[in-house]
Design a binder for this molecule. Structure first.
Ligand code: GLA
Length: 391
């Protein structure tokens, strides 16, 4: 990939005597703890070995030039340095622009132009965070090219700010954190209330297990507005609870404490949304404990319970993800299976015994095609590290 990208950079932008550097930022998958990161709860994601690559070379024109090998038809975007403004016509380039803007707001202004080629190996719109990967990648490039210092947690917050304030998606911190702080063969147990975290060894291979991602290939359409709607429902539920109890977030409540106060929320839909946020947080804490005790069976069962809660209480699964997960549950050698990411399309994640993977892909794939009418894609993934310069 390194050499190919360097060659492509020469072909796209022409020769130059300036040094070309290559960078990588991973994608992520969340094992459990869904829709808890904006509710002050816990998440348990890990970085992947698939992700986003960039080749970068300084230029003397005081412009940022961007080209994506994934969208060759879009050609080269040329953006003057200085005030970056969101423009829907700029498509994916708004993510780099957003990160550059957030850096500039913190006093880190680009003083030299850059020519950048991007190539991603994360399927787009799959829910494996191709956008957060791109944001963290751009941050990593800026830090290295200009010699600025920033720790991984601050980098993840800057990337999230770009997505929230520049791109306008009100996401939590999970994706950018998992990517900026990824560690090979470890998942990250993160408390989103205060950003304390712990690396938990996964070492799946040693236990003869694989992580299998099934991508539904459903167009995500209204996902962003539905996402913001769920956030608003949880916020309204919390406000109602706060009239009778002193809590800062749903993540502070145990399941029992929630049931004691749930009726004050009134609206039955909001009660279910909040119930998911509360129980999912508790499931995540239990799942990490089970994993640390080597109880993978229990871990898998909690993954399954997470899906049921996302399906029935949070209502973010839909027929595509339900079909994939319910077919996975029927397969031998599956410890657990659930939707992962925001939902409304995207992917499922399954923990599968190595010897059962081939049959899993065949059977779940056949069931999906038969029920939904088009194919799902399957990826056996490995847990990788955070962003870095690789060449
Ligand atoms: C998306 C968001 C995350 C998180 C998940 C749901 O991936 O970007 O912040 O809220 O959905 O768990």
């Amino acid at each position: 990939m390194k050499d190919e990208l360097k060659t492509m950079l020469q072909e796209v932008y022409g020769p130059s005597d300036k040094e070309t550097r290559v960078y990588f930022a991973p994608g992520r998958v969340n094992l459990i703890g869904e829709h808890t990161d904006y509710n002050g709860g816990h998440v348990f994601p890990c970085a992947l070995t698939i992700g986003t690559y960039a080749a970068v070379r300084p230029n003397d024109q005081k412009v940022l030039r961007l080209y994506s090998a994934n969208y060759p038809g879009a050609g080269i975007s040329v953006l003057p340095l200085g005030a970056m403004r969101y423009d829907p016509a700029d498509g994916w380039c708004n993510y780099p622009k957003g990160v550059i803007k957030v850096f500039a707001d913190r006093g880190m202004e680009m003083t030299q132009g850059l020519d950048i080629i991007i190539e991603g190996t994360i399927p787009n719109g799959s829910g494996l965070s191709s956008s957060a990967s791109l944001e963290v990648l751009i941050g990593t490039i800026l830090l290295d090219q200009f010699g600025w210092q920033m720790d991984g947690v601050t980098l993840s917050l800057a990337a999230q700010e770009a997505e929230n304030k520049f791109v306008g998606v009100n996401c939590g911190i999970m994706d950018q954190f998992a990517i900026a702080m990824g560690l090979k063969d470890h998942a990250i147990f993160l408390d989103t209330a205060d950003l304390t975290y712990q690396y938990v060894p996964l070492a799946l291979e040693e236990q003869g297990l694989k992580l299998v991602i099934a991508c539904s290939n459903k167009k995500r359409g209204l996902a962003d507005s539905k996402y913001n709607e769920r956030r608003a429902e949880c916020e309204a539920a919390l406000e109602a609870i706060q009239t009778v109890r002193d809590v800062r977030s749903l993540g502070e409540l145990s399941n029992e404490e929630f049931e004691q106060v749930a009726s004050v929320i009134g609206d039955p839909v909001r009660i279910r949304r909040a119930r998911h946020a509360v129980t999912e947080n508790r499931r995540t804490i239990s799942a990490v404990k089970a994993l640390q005790q080597g109880d993978l069976k229990q871990f898998g069962e909690l993954m399954n319970a997470s899906h049921v809660s996302l399906r029935d209480d949070y209502e973010v699964t839909g027929i595509e993800l339900d079909t994939l997960v319910e077919a996975a549950w029927q397969q031998p050698g599956v410890l657990g299976s659930r939707m992962t990411g925001a939902g409304f399309g995207g992917c499922t994640v399954s923990l599968v015994r190595e010897e059962a993977v081939e049959a899993f892909v065949k059977a779940v794939g056949a069931k999906y095609r038969e029920t939904i009418g088009y194919a799902a894609d399957f990826y056996v993934v490995s847990v990788g590290s955070g962003p870095s310069r690789i060449g």
